[in-house]
Design a protein. Sequence first.
Length: 365
Amino acid sequence: MIVIVVIVGVLYTCMFLYLSKHQGLKSQQIDVNLAGVNNFSLIIPATDEDDNLPYLIESLVQQNYDTDLFEIIVVLDNPTKNLKDTCAKLANDNVAVTENIFGTGKKKALLTGIELAKNNFIIQLDADCSVQLGFLLAYDQFIRTKNVDLIIGIVLPAVHNSDSILSKMFALEHISLLSTQFNLALISKPSLASGANMLYRKDKFMIIKDEWLAIPTDSGDDVFMVQLFKKRNYKILINDCDEAIVKTGLPENLSEFINQRVRWGAKTKYYKDSFLKFLALIVVFQNLIIVSLFALILFRKCSPADFAVVFFFKVLIDYFYLRPYLFRFDKKFLANNFLLASAAYPFYLIFTSTKANFGNTNWKN
């Protein structure tokens, strides 16, 4: 057991040191005096987000960007009656509302929007997120200076210091995923992204469309798109401009959080990227060791002192890995809950990983 603990610990440390070698994102600003020139098609799949969608649409229509240069396509996928009623009021010359013409599920909803899109630059958003006034201008100025096929955008949790401890723990886990997503891209191994904020070229997507659709999961539309673009050596970059940041709400309770993470975890079994699979295995094994040692304490097969050494070693590695992102995104207050989140994380990860690989999931629960 000691040998396994040491080997996994060394691999865990080396992996995160390697990921951190170009760590950190520098804040970029837009030139508000420079008018936009690129045309965009914004695609928003929606199911039951009738509370937030009007605010998202309003923030897009009010962009400091010529409305003739972009279109908004809302794709209804098995929508609630409230969402249908809401979208009927939102439809206008800039906002097209359509049903999912290919069936049900997020991937088919996205495909509906992409097929209808008039422009080559597709921006994919979630219906429960919010954008800033300079969002489109930030993407416009980014692609003017870089020949890029897919852009990974930043998605931050909408969390404040006054929120509950549980919400802060959810936010820490979200930012930990974000840090790995961007560190992979910074070491030229882009493998992860969020469908709540990404841009890609329609012509390049149509080349990988059939292979993307063939992956038998509705979850992971974003991740598998990145991996298929990477497979063909298409250029993938990060948009680290502050105005391009999208914010998303956190799950309202533990059950909703677990269901969401299980849905996300279900896609890992279809990963083709060997480096990403190796990274996932190391993370799972390191956390499995924590859970196993804790169980052994209960049976008096492991001393609390030995457990504490392994646990706090992992906490130290995790904290220094995550710290630059907490500072970059002005979420330093979350560090106060880091130890508590670290104690819960191994049990949460093992539970959700098991359920994701042996249960049924839908893109919306």
